[in-house]
Design a protein around this ligand. Structure first.
Ligand code: CP
Ligand code: NVA
Length: 330
């Protein structure tokens, strides 16, 4: 397997074997990190990480992974660089690839990260766009495997805003890896028909199924992984909260839903999560709409079924694998 020079823009571009390879590599990096073994394999190289939206996990994962590999890391936030305002994406890519060995981008349309990649001679990594969140997927599957063993033939159910970047990417990764994917959401928030069709075609080859339902109890019966994400994503207008809350309230992951799943089932969430009122937005929503928890109850979030912090840690190990494989070639 040699992924040197490859962009990491969406998982549809990667084969099952390549995804498998990256997850296995991340597991090896995790062992090295936990044993405190030096793995500064990319000493002297540098990466630039561009964020047009906020981030805790993805930014910190790229920074720590880069440093652990011995690399220099430059963070460019939504302000402070010329990107977008005085300099096009294409020109930014052509400048950065003269200095850096890889470029991460988090922002809005998928077409922006695709454009960066088109003009960059070094690998470009998608750290989240409106459409996809591919680096998240490797951490999610890695975590599920650590808890449940091979995921092949098992079922992951996503409940909530199922046409967002995370749900889209989960449907893709499940279809690639032979994992059954069930979407529990109101019809208007199902993934696009176009993406569903692509994933069904991929799933037919890997031997898995893609299912859509509006019935959360039917959709989560006996499943192995329960997954949810925020009801309103970054970049969406706050005026949509009311409509989204009304649509998605029945799709909250609570203990009834958790008990409906397989007895060994785990709960995953990409995070950040609105499971209490300890955040500014959580407080505002509570005052305005009278709800103290949204996509997941505090009880499930803090239960031993919840593996969200293992999942968050795995973001770093998987991102390290992506950087290493695409910059170094092994
Ligand atoms: N899951 C995730 O991407 O988190 P951040 O927004 O904190 O990077
Ligand atoms: N769907 C969320 C994911 C955050 C990691 C968002 O785009 O805001």
């Amino acid at each position: 397997m040699n992924l040197k020079g490859r962009d990491f823009l969406k998982l549809l571009d990667y084969s099952e074997e390549e995804i498998r390879y990256l997850i296995d590599l991340a597991k090896k990096f995790k062992v090295l990190k936990h044993k405190g073994k030096n793995h500064r394999y990319l000493e002297g190289k540098n990466i630039a990480i561009l964020f047009e939206k906020d981030s805790t996990r993805t930014r910190c994962s790229f920074e720590v992974a880069g440093h652990d590999l011995g690399m220099g890391v430059t963070y460019l936030g939504p302000t402070g660089s010329q990107m977008g305002k005085k300099e096009s994406i294409a020109d930014t890519a052509r400048v950065l690839c003269r200095m850096y060995d890889g470029i991460e981008y988090r922002g809005f349309e998928q077409s922006i990260v695709e454009e960066l990649a088109k003009y960059s001679s070094v690998p470009v990594w998608n750290g989240l766009t409106n459409e996809f969140h591919p680096t998240q997927m490797l951490a999610d599957i890695m975590t599920a495997e650590e808890c449940l063993g091979s995921m092949k033939g098992k079922t992951l159910a996503f409940c909530g805003d199922a046409r967002n970047n995370v749900a889209n990417s989960l449907m893709v990764v499940c279809s690639k890896l032979g994992i059954n994917f069930t979407c529990c959401a109101p019809k208007e928030l199902w993934p696009s028909e176009e993406l569903r069709n692509v994933c069904m075609e991929v799933a037919s080859k890997s031997g898995s199924t893609i299912k859509m339902t509006e019935d959360i109890m039917e959709g989560t019966k006996g499943v192995h992984v329960l997954y949810t994400d925020v009801w309103l994503s970054m970049g969406e207008d706050a005026s949509k909260w009311e409509e989204r809350i009304n649509l998605l309230k029945p799709y909250q992951i609570n203990m009834d839903v958790m008990k409906n799943a397989d007895e060994k089932a785990i709960f995953l969430h990409c995070l950040p999560s609105f499971h209490d009122t300890k955040t500014t937005i959580g407080k505002e929503i509570s005052l305005k709409f009278g709800i103290n928890e949204m996509e997941v109850t505090d009880e499930v979030f803090n239960s031993d079924k919840s593996k969200v912090f293992e999942e968050a840690e795995n973001r770093m190990h998987t991102i390290k694998a992506i950087i290493y494989a695409t910059v170094n070639g092994k």
